[in-house]
Design a protein around this ligand. Structure first.
Ligand code: AMP
Ligand code: ZN
Ligand code: FE
Ligand code: FE
Length: 291
């Protein structure tokens, strides 16, 4: 069944991180699909923003400059989206550089671990994999499949690259406070991405965590996300409302690969309406006024 499409998509990736479309391509694609506004939220990088915004101006599509940062969580995986960040903010730029440096060192450590397992993979080969920009484990997985060391991407993760597997190397992350601080310093607002990955199904447990994050500067929650069930959406929406947080919606689009959810899709049935975007804009205006 075709899913209903919305005119906004506030979470997507370009070739600047691990998407398959360049910023300009994704903007043109969004325009063709009838979207009004997108946020470009690449992992740990703002390299795609300038191109995306310029193309947006050209074709008449609003592009919110964003980023997606991984943060340290005691449980599960925490990703934080920054919206309306100033790509020229030197504190943000410097700290993204710290992440990129750490990622490079981690990649070298993965190469060593694979080598010790009898899987020779050079970083230069990984760079030649089709999706590049920011090299991460998916790129290693692709190269391993290509060289015949794994049957498919999932197999590479299940046997080698996944957490707890022999080629796994822990990633450096900022604390949620640090990540939210950098986003705020760059003039942005912070949205908790896909809360289901926090792995806190207990409503009281989730509520308590959001209460803590709000104290530390959280502005909103990505309630609408392809992998969220009706029950999850309801919980996340209720908790957002309780704490006066804005609500966001994103597909986490990485390009038109098989099984990928398309732009502006995967939010559930009828909701949300465009007023969600207006609430996010209002939040940003408040921030600019120092409220
Ligand atoms: P990295 O940033 O290098 O840690 O890679 C993270 C990406 O790897 C995620 O966005 C997923 O696409 C992918 N990934 C992580 N864990 C798994 C897994 N167990 N199975 C398949 N893909 C995974
Ligand atoms: Zn990604
Ligand atoms: Fe994410
Ligand atoms: Fe993402």
């Amino acid at each position: 069944m075709a899913q209903s499409m919305k005119t906004f998509d506030l979470h997507l990736h370009t070739t600047a991180s691990d998407g398959t479309m360049s910023p300009a391509e994704i903007v043109r694609y969004a325009k063709e699909k009838g979207l009004r506004v997108i946020a470009i939220t690449d992992h740990d990088t703002i390299e795609g923003l300038q191109e995306g915004i310029r193309e947006g101006d050209k074709v008449g599509l609003e592009v919110i400059p964003g980023v997606e940062l991984s943060a340290d969580a005691s449980k599960g995986t925490m990703h934080l989206l920054g919206y309306y960040i100033d790509p020229a903010c030197s504190e943000l730029v410097d700290n993204l550089r710290v992440l990129q440096q750490a990622r490079m060192e981690r990649n070298l450590a993965i190469v060593e671990k694979l080598d010790a397992l009898g899987i020779p993979v050079e970083l230069s080969e990984v760079k030649a994999a089709p999706e590049h920009g920011q090299i991460g484990r998916p790129h290693f997985a692709y190269t391993m499949v290509h060289k015949g060391y794994a049957q498919n991407i999932q197999d590479a993760f299940d046997r080698y690259l996944g957490k707890g597997r022999p080629a796994y190397v822990e990633k450096f992350r900022f604390s949620p406070e640090e990540a939210m601080h950098f986003i705020r310093k760059a003039g942005g607002i912070t949205i908790l991405a896909h809360p289901f990955t926090l792995n806190r199904p207990e409503p009281a447990d989730f509520d308590a965590l959001i209460g803590e994050l709000k104290e530390k500067g959280l502005d909103g929650i990505e309630v609408y996300y392809p992998e969220h069930s009706d029950g999850q959406r309801r919980l996340y929406r209720d908790v957002a409302q309780k704490y006066g947080l804005v609500i966001s919606a994103g597909s986490d689009f990485h390009g038109l690969t098989k099984d990928e959810v398309d732009l502006g899709q995967g939010y559930g049935d009828r909701e949300p309406t465009y007023s969600l975007v207006e609430a996010i804009k209002a939040r940003r205006e408040q921030r600019l006024k120092g409220l």
